[in-house]
Design a protein around this ligand. Structure first.
Ligand code: AMP
Length: 631
């Protein structure tokens, strides 16, 4: 333990030596020759000349010391399965999966799309890709055919790995029909689709394209597939995320930088140690799942719990019972999940022995004070540690690095800038840095981005530069698109997005994507979607639409019918995760005279706030109508 201020300062001022030290915590086949190549900003290349492999660092290198220890603990309260895979077991399963991929002709650099529920095979699939140098692209199982199709189109995978179905709250959600539709919508066709059949839902097989995982696995039971050592800068995966435009961006991650960043974060941020258990309740479809269900804990030699199910089924004590049973030392969840648990019997928090738990980390959305206090008190004072980051960054930007130096948390703040991140608040108009306390600015990171952050947008370097980077006096800064202030002690407070992205239960959604989907309904002429504050989910999407044929809206029942139809369109195209909480009908939408939708004014009215300066508004009655339909 040392001083965090010094640790952080060194990571910026003596960047290469700092990261050269951190790089020693992973295995390299060839050690890096050049720590950071930033000769072509804003593209940063980390650990140039080094060759390594993510799967080797997550699995193989632990075989000697902890081969018989737990690596992956799969728990499904949906199918009542519970199975522990040791590092040796995981090694075998990953090689079998890798051999199957190779039998389909997958080689280094090929993309493999993974559209799967939270089952052990999903982790075998990710690790198998990393093992052979293939680039995985996991698509969240809650996304539907249209979302999936845009990702298939962009990633052009040689193989897709999927399953017959997921299950949520005891309800089977069939994946295969959505996958088949997505493939038919996409101009790119995969060579093979590998199906894990859980026998939850019958599905049609396409001859010559679809293969059964169990049958293929049988053919490769004794597979020995060595790790393909790749350059540090070789892409390990892409993960799609939403932004201002309707088209999701493929965030591209490297190999060496990511491995080093995660390896360093386990002790320094999460205080995790080899042999302990990490329980992250996210989903492999999100970045938190990539970094802290799969790669981070395994690189750190820990056991990781992969959980399929709800936090309140069979009862609200299920997660805590797992903490007791598997002696979880690090737990990672999202504020929404805790708000769900808050509605359960508080005695469930004290029923289990939670003495193994060092801290509960929460991320993905703002952590409100009542939720933080409730869980902190309920867990008998276990530290609750907020952390702020993004799909793009791969690991936390702001938090309290208790593994470096213990420091207090402040309610409402995710903490200070993490080592490696040169965080600057800038004025959104002038780009000037705001150095005073409590000044509101855009949270930016001065380049080069630290290891583990996105390399570029898949297949679109120009989009990477144009979307994220701004040249402010003398330097290039990466924009997080979040407003923030920093107090006199260096603690940041996040104040919301600067763009049209909303955050529903920790899921990042683009309002434009939802608008595009709603507009595809034949009777919708125009629509505006905004994020509205919600007690449980943080935010929910609300839609205000203009019908092409207003006669279809004769009475309340007719409006409800069209609302239901629109929701179905969103469900089937994007997935229930993007479904607006309400679709209300109006005859005009508030716009500026130049025709720009005034989403912020609509949002303010929905949240019963002052809509602010409306002098540029074209038709004031449009906002009045929004107020009226809200009732
Ligand atoms: P995602 O890329 O899906 O992880 O979403 C990233 C966005 O979620 C950030 O840009 C923030 O707007 C929000 N976010 C993530 N973590 C936090 C946090 N701890 N506090 C407040 N907002 C957060």
């Amino acid at each position: 333990m040392g001083s965090f201020a010094q640790f952080h300062k060194r990571s910026i001022a003596d960047r290469d030596n700092f990261w050269a030290e951190q790089a020693k915590t992973i295995d390299w086949q060839t050690p890096p020759q050049h720590i950071c190549d930033y000769s072509n900003p804003p593209f940063a290349k980390w650990f140039v000349g080094g060759t390594t492999n993510l799967c080797h660092n997550a699995v193989d290198r632990h075989l000697k010391d902890r081969g018989d220890q737990a690596a992956l603990i799969f728990v499904s309260t949906e199918t009542e399965q519970e199975k522990t895979y040791t590092y040796k077991d995981l090694h075998l399963e990953v090689q079998r999966m890798a051999a199957i991929l190779q039998s389909f002709g997958v080689v280094k650099g090929d993309r493999v799309l993974i559209y799967m529920p939270m089952i052990a095979e999903a982790s075998f699939a990710m690790l198998a890709c990393a093992r052979i140098g293939a680039i995985h692209s996991v698509v969240f199982g809650g996304f539907a055919s249209h979302s999936l199709a845009t990702r298939i189109e962009d990633a052009s995978p040689k193989v897709i790995i999927s399953a017959d179905a997921g299950s949520r709250g005891g309800k089977v959600v069939a994946y295969k029909p959505l996958l088949d539709e997505a493939i038919s919508l996409s101009s790119h066709k995969p060579k093979a689709v590998l199906m894990v059949d859980r026998h939850l839902s019958e599905f049609a097989k396409v001859d010559g394209r679809d293969f059964d995982y169990a049958q293929e696995r049988e053919k490769h039971l004794n597979a020995q597939v060595p790790c393909e050592m790749v350059e540090s800068t070789h892409p390990s995966y892409t993960l799609y995320t939403s932004g201002t435009t309707g088209k999701p961006k493929g965030v591209q991650r490297d190999t060496g930088g990511y491995a080093v960043a995660l390896a360093s974060s386990i002790p320094n941020i999460f205080q995790g140690k080899p042999g302990e258990t990490f329980f992250c309740t996210s989903d492999i479809g999100w970045v938190v799942g990539h970094s802290y269900i799969i790669y981070g804990p395994l690189i750190g030699g820990m056991a990781t719990i992969l959980y399929e199910g709800l936090p309140i089924r069979p009862d609200g004590g299920i997660w805590w019972s797992l903490v007791e049973k598997y002696k979880v030392s690090v737990m990672f969840s999202a504020p929404t999940a805790i708000r769900v648990l808050k509605k359960q019997d508080p005695a469930l928090l004290t029923k289990y022995n939670l003495s193994s738990l060092k801290a509960l980390f929460l991320a993905g959305e703002p952590l409100d004070e009542p939720t933080a206090k409730w869980i902190s008190e309920g867990l008998g004072g276990t530290p609750i540690i907020d952390n702020y980051w993004q799909t793009e960054t791969g690991w936390p930007i702001l938090t309290i690095c208790n593994g470096v130096e213990k420091a207090p948390s402040k309610f409402g703040s995710p903490g200070k800038a993490v080592y490696g991140y040169d965080v600057k608040l800038v004025d959104d108009q002038t780009g000037e840095e705001l150095t005073g306390a409590n000044q509101k600015g855009v949270l930016t990171i001065e380049g080069p981005l630290p290891p583990g952050n996105l390399q570029t947008v898949w297949g679109d370097d120009a989009r990477f530069v144009n979307t994220y980077w701004k040249t402010v006096p003398n330097k290039m800064v990466y924009s997080t698109f979040d407003w923030a202030v920093r107090d006199e002690d260096g603690y940041f407070f996040i104040l919301g997005r600067t763009d049209d992205v909303i955050n529903v239960a920790g899921h990042r959604l683009g309002t434009r994507e939802i608008e595009e989907s709603i507009s595809s309904h034949p009777n919708i002429a125009e629509v505006a979607v905004v994020g509205v504050a919600d007690q449980l989910k943080g935010q929910v999407a609300m839609a205000f639409a203009i019908a092409k044929d207003a006669s279809a809206l004769g009475d309340a029942t007719a409006c409800l019918k069209l609302e239901g139809e629109v929701m179905k369109v969103v469900d089937s195209q994007l997935g229930a995760v993007a479904r607006p909480s309400r679709v209300l009908f109006v005859s005009a939408l508030p716009k500026t005279r130049s025709g720009k939708l005034l989403r912020r004014a609509i949002q303010a009215v929905c949240e019963k706030r002052d809509p602010g300066d409306l002098t540029t508004m074209d038709d004031p009655m449009a906002l009045k109508q929004i107020q009226d339909v809200l009732g």
